[in-house]
Design a protein around this ligand. Structure first.
Ligand SMILES: Cc1ncc(COP(=O)(O)O)c(C=O)c1O
Length: 399
């Protein structure tokens, strides 16, 4: 049996997969086992911010793996690798977020944030937004998307409420004295790159303050330069001060790693045994994350993401003008961009045609295709992607 047959035969298949077996990657490209080359505008779901197999990452893995790999954060020892990452992140986080803990996935970081919010406030209700995505653990599933997402797993968290994303009036109505926290993405990623008004997050923060609820800002998809700022909350005007910030994906450029940061006020209420995990803050992940964060910082890749994002968005806007019958809109913040189609059929068709033409893109809910290239994507690669998209849209129109 070949790779695809083996996976189909023995693996649980929770989603439809594209029929290629990716064997290797370098920069913005991946190759399948037959040596076919694909331009990757998915970045492994918005993760490989430095592209595939960036030398800084492979060197960090190699060097740390030769020293020590496992030494748990919740265990009994300290770690130079962890200490280095903690200090590397200082100065990049909003200033009031002074303490960090590490996790292995975005869902795990959000799960911990929700758990701690309930403990610290002594309240239960979590308010989230329709269309959001915060993960697949029980806590995070309960506050993701809305009822459609959770129906098959009911009952979920006992008291959670969804309000429209970007709607601060609805948020004001939902948050009350029983609310432990609001959890929100600065830009909804899985929801289809939905960008709120610049004042939205600050309004949500104010509503939280009025009711002694915590504000959890989920930067798992938007952080680490993705939207053209180191954290997407930097786009907020007026500025916003979350109580908890969760991070993942780009933090370690492809190595499974995540984090959450809290204020001193929250930290002072945390007690021994409140949280932990065997692999949390393992030295290998910390070494990789420190190398990625250093590279992002030294090369000012947030700025680059902003600049290249404008180029990509400009090209996508041109496509929308050309194909208004099937393209309802385009949007983007930095290198988190989306094409909004008029039908889900077009999304499926375009994804397949692009794959056949050597471009990987991410179909998303609500008739949307996301384009999430590496932050190091070149102008030539953007032009190549736009050309393949253009030719593929012609074929979609012809079908
Ligand atoms: C905003 C956001 N939060 C949380 C998650 C969950 O992260 P993970 O898949 O690493 O658990 C995702 C994943 O797509 C996400 O986009």
């Amino acid at each position: 049996m070949n790779t695809i047959e083996l996976e189909d035969r023995f693996g649980i298949s929770f989603c439809n997969r594209q029929a290629i077996a990716v064997e290797s990657g370098a920069g913005s490209y991946v190759w399948d086992e037959a040596g076919n080359k694909f331009l990757d505008f998915t970045s492994g779901w918005g993760v490989t911010c430095l592209g595939h197999c960036h030398p800084v990452i492979t060197a960090a893995i190699f060097s740390q793996a030769q020293k020590i790999i496992q030494n748990p954060n919740s265990g009994f020892t300290y770690s130079p690798s962890r200490a280095k990452l903690l200090s590397t992140l200082q100065g990049l986080l909003p200033p009031q977020l002074v303490k960090l803990f590490f996790a292995n996935s975005g869902a795990e970081a959000n799960d911990a944030a929700i758990k701690l919010a309930r403990k610290i406030t002594g309240k239960v209700k979590i308010v989230s937004t329709l269309g959001s995505f915060h993960g697949r653990t029980f806590n995070t599933l309960s506050v993701s998307a809305g009822r459609d997402n959770t129906e098959k797993y009911l009952p979920c968290l006992p008291e959670n409420e969804f309000v429209g994303f970007g709607d601060s009036v609805a948020m004001c109505r939902a948050v009350d004295s029983t609310t432990a926290a609001v959890i929100v993405e600065p830009v909804q990623g899985e929801g289809g790159v939905r960008i709120p008004e610049p004042g939205y997050l600050a309004q949500v923060a104010e509503i939280c303050r009025e009711h002694n609820a915590l504000l959890i800002v989920d930067e798992i998809q938007t952080g680490f330069g993705r939207t053209g700022a180191f954290f997407a909350l930097e786009h907020s005007d007026p500025p916003v001060e979350p109580d908890i910030l969760t991070m993942g994906k780009g933090i370690a450029g492809g190595f499974p790693f995540a984090a959450f940061a809290v204020t001193e006020q929250i930290n002072s209420r945390i007690q021994k045994g409140d949280h932990g995990g065997t692999y949390c803050g393992n030295p290998l992940g910390c070494a990789v994350a420190a190398s990625v964060v250093t590279e992002l910082k030294e090369q000012n890749l947030s700025r680059r993401s902003h600049r290249m994002g404008l180029e990509l968005l400009g090209g996508l806007t041109g496509l929308q003008i050309k194909y208004p019958e099937i393209l309802a809109g385009v949007r983007g913040k930095g290198l988190l961009c989306a094409l909004q189609f008029t039908s889900d059929n077009y999304v499926d068709m375009l994804t397949q045609i692009c794959l056949d033409s050597g471009l990987l893109i991410t179909p998303t809910r609500n008739k949307i295709v996301r384009l999430i290239p590496s932050l190091l994507v070149s102008m030539d690669e953007i032009r190549e992607a736009l050309m393949i998209l253009d030719e593929s849209l012609v074929r979609v129109m012809g079908n």
